[in-house]
Design a binder for this molecule. Sequence first.
Ligand SMILES: NC(=O)c1ccc[n+]([C@@H]2O[C@H](COP(=O)([O-])OP(=O)(O)OC[C@H]3O[C@@H](n4cnc5c(N)ncnc54)[C@H](O)[C@@H]3O)[C@@H](O)[C@H]2O)c1
Length: 259
Amino acid sequence: MSTSFSLTGKVIIQFGGTGLLGRALVAELAATGCTLIVASRNRTSLQALADQEGAAGRTVLFEETDITSEASLFALRDRVLAQHGHIDGIVFNAVSRPMKTLHDDLAAWRASMDVNATGLIATMRTFGDAMAARGSGSIVNISSIYGTVGSNLSLYEGTPMTVAPDYFFHKGGMLNLTRYLGSHYGPRGVRANVVSPGGIYNPDTPQPALFIERYNRITMLGRMAEAREVAGAVIFLLSDASTYITGANLPVDGGHTAK
Ligand SMILES: NC(=O)c1ccc[n+]([C@@H]2O[C@H](COP(=O)([O-])OP(=O)(O)OC[C@H]3O[C@@H](n4cnc5c(N)ncnc54)[C@H](O)[C@@H]3O)[C@@H](O)[C@H]2O)c1
């Protein structure tokens, strides 16, 4: 097999596609020529996304899916296999952030668990098993710098921005769960890796200038990421250019965690 960065001919499912990073990943993945299926909760947002991509000349299929329901995940798996015959890779980009502070009601923590922990494991084993049955596949989980390091909360002082504890719990958990998956599925040809983005600049509703200035000062490249800059790492890990990489964490953070 020759080394190839191409995703042409591959069937990829992306979970969570309607947010800031999700939309950019959809556009960049669709441009590779793979068959891209976006699975997310909100049908209206999915339809708008597919229309927008269609207008740009890229084809994106979508499937309304709730990752907290195994029945919904099994139905998605069965529909994709019936229509496309196989699955080559998944990108787990779904996230829920019901918690705002450490002392929020525990109902918020439980709601976070439902999507970010239970939804994650249900997705991993449903699609990990489906790819292992065929003997090949790639899992790419989107974590964050906050899966690896803590935060200096003074970064956020004087701004309306908050960082909630469940986010750190789930992003760190995702990292080590992915290593477990790499080990579990490795003998059956399925790789599992993490991409950990740093702060992503939001051009539609920009982060407060005070935060951006502080964040940039402690980041090697001196700026936040553009959402599309995360896609290269995801495409690499889905492609045959990374066939001997599993259990890895690839930071895409402008050097934020490398100091
Ligand atoms: N935005 C940033 O600055 C940043 C930085 C680092 C890492 N990240 C990571 O990037 C990923 C995505 O970020 P985003 O900005 O696109 O997030 P977002 O909150 O804007 O979008 C999350 C997506 O998850 C989907 N989702 C939520 N619950 C679901 C469920 N039960 N079933 C199916 N889909 C569900 C939503 O429909 C949506 O499409 C997250 O993992 C986040 O931690 C983001």
